[in-house]
Ligand binder design. Structure first.
Ligand code: MCA
Ligand code: AMP
Length: 482
């Protein structure tokens, strides 16, 4: 198997690799720290990584990959129920964390290894990893039930990053800035492993801010990655912040993904900076499928064309492929290629239904194709999936958590449009005691502490009964404000 990160060993040792705030590592330092840790991981099937936005997370994941061990990134803000599920499902042998990280009781039983970013070690024996071996297990929400672990092979990581390099003319000279979380594909695979595979560098903001973006672009960063909420906040800030406009106008490439960036935000950013934001489309299960190319025509509202190596088709409800490139025939996107995951951990049933008999992955995203092949996403098959702040959240998991609150008798969850988050989570509940229903804060705290803060409802409506059809099924379309 070829190395995922040739720059770790190709002699470009004093080049900067990673920077988080004022802590940084060169390629030589990263190789030494990751290899020291890799020796301790070798032979394990999976290790969990307490994925704070810190140097230790990047070193831990690189070490696991160097050792041929799959990394399971954990959201450090996950609540007890979500953590309990992920740990029981993925059964990691160890937990890698930064020294000093305080861990909740759900993970305290796991043997802990502190990541020392200044350690030095030599490369492990040639790892027995093949291209098909798992690199990562990333948990992603479905419409019902707890999140599923998408098993992402090493081949998918390598091919998706190389396809993006082709589409974006991404090289080792690029310096990426972002403030994305490191427990999802966007921030971890694209945002950390991407620059490392190119031999370039990344500056992580710790948390996203327009000031941080300005500072790093002024200091020479060439690329910015973000979810639409971040670009929306940039668009809102630009009119009163000429320094931000100037910094953005210098960037080589601004890339948005994880959800649709509204055309209005595209336009506001372009008119203030002269730059066009490029959109790409991916999924945890597929890594990246399409992108507007750096050398292609940028067209707000589209996610561009299939990446090299990715086969993409639109199909009708009955699975018949749509041949039209007419900008109006809507079908479900299905994809095939070396960028795909291999299956959901411990869920052969879910894996089987996710693929067609001939190996196409059903994305659940609905789209049209323009005459020249540009893909335009127009919606989603499942109304029970919500994209909020770029996070995918299943209505079912929130409903289950709400039902565990003593003040809730019945619950239904929907997403409604939100200018900042794209969609916001709305809970419709029948209170156990109509005279004293639980407050929004109580329910938000309840969901945040059981699942994760980004899954908390932002709005709560009280009803005397949920609208149901003759079969007793909740009619979510009847749940509107008026
Ligand atoms: C508020 N907070 C709470 C509560 N209320 N904490 C606990 N209990 C509560 N009741 C905290 C939050 O944790 C957060 O803390 C702070 O208050 C503000 O939270 P919030 O308003 O929810 O959000 P935000 O911090 O303003 O976040 C906006 C964001 C974020 C930065 C855009 O949504 C984000 O990082 N999104 C990225 C999602 C992403 O990476 N998706 C990729 C998956 P604190 O600020 O300390 O955290 S998709 C993917 O990977 C595919 C492949 C793809 O295509 O990319
Ligand atoms: P996740 O499962 O969290 O990896 O999210 C994947 C989903 O995000 C996809 O199925 C799409 O619905 C959505 N998505 C990602 N990128 C884009 C984009 N550029 N435009 C619209 N939707 C997107």
């Amino acid at each position: 198997m070829s190395s995922l990160f040739p720059a770790l060993t190709d002699g470009r040792t004093d080049r900067p690799a990673l920077r988080f705030g004022d802590r940084c590592l060169t390629y030589a330092e990263l190789a030494a720290a990751a290899d020291a840790l890799a020796h301790r991981l070798a032979g394990q099937a999976r290790v969990a990584v307490w994925a704070t936005p810190a140097l230790e997370t990047a070193v831990a994941v690189v070490a696991a990959l160097r050792a041929g061990v799959a990394a399971v990134p954990l959201n450090p803000k996950s609540g007890e129920k979500e953590l309990g599920h992920i740990l029981a499902d993925s059964a990691p042998a160890l937990l890698l964390a930064a020294p000093g990280d305080e861990l909740p009781s759900a993970v305290r039983d796991l043997p802990r290894v502190d990541v020392d970013v200044r350690a030095t070690g030599s490369a492990p024996e040639a790892p027995e990893a093949s291209d098909d071996d798992p690199a990562l297990v990333v948990y992603t929400s479905g419409t019902t039930g707890p999140p599923k672990g998408a098993v992402i092979p090493r081949r998918a990581v390598a091919t998706t990053l190389d396809a993006l390099a082709d589409a974006w003319q991404w090289t080792g000279d690029d310096v990426l800035v972002h403030g994305l979380p490191l427990f999802h594909v966007h921030g971890l695979v694209l945002g950390i492993l991407g620059p490392l595979r190119r031999g370039g560098s990344v500056r992580h903001l710790g948390r996203f801010s327009t000031e941080g973006v300005t500072r790093e672009l002024d200091a020479g960063a060439t690329m910015l990655f973000g979810v639409p909420t971040m670009y929306h906040r940039i668009a809102e800030t630009l009119p009163g912040d000429p320094a931000l406009a100037k910094a953005l106008s210098r960037a080589r490439l601004l890339v948005s993904g994880s959800a649709a960036l509204p055309v209005h935000d595209h336009e506001r950013i372009t008119s203030a900076t002269g730059q066009r934001v490029i959109e790409r489309y991916g999924m945890t299960e597929t890594l990246m499928n399409t992108s507007v190319r750096a050398d292609g025509e940028p067209r707000p509202g589209t996610v561009g064309v299939p990446l090299p190596g990715v086969e993409l088709r639109l199909v009708e409800e009955d699975g018949t492929p749509i041949t039209a490139y007419d900008g109006e025939t809507v079908g479900e996107i299905q994809v095939r290629g070396p960028n795909l995951f291999t299956g959901y951990l411990n869920r052969p049933d879910a894996t089987a239904t996710a693929f067609t008999a001939d190996g196409w992955f059903r994305t659940g995203d609905m789209a049209v194709r323009d005459l020249d092949g540009y893909v335009r996403i127009v919606g989603r098959k499942a109304t029970d999936l919500i994209k909020s702040g770029g996070y995918k959240i299943g209505a079912g998991e929130i409903e289950n958590a709400l039902l565990e609150h003593p003040g809730v008798r019945e619950a239904a969850v929907t997403g409604e449009p939100d200018p900042d988050l794209g969609e916001r989570i709305v809970a419709w509940i029948v209170p156990a005691d109509p005279a004293s229903p639980p407050t929004v804060k109580e329910l938000a705290d309840h969901v945040a502490s059981r699942l994760a803060p980004h899954k908390r409802p932002r709005v709560v409506h009280h009803l005397a009964a949920l609208p149901r059809n003759d079969m007793g099924k909740i009619m979510k379309r009847a749940l509107t404000r008026d």
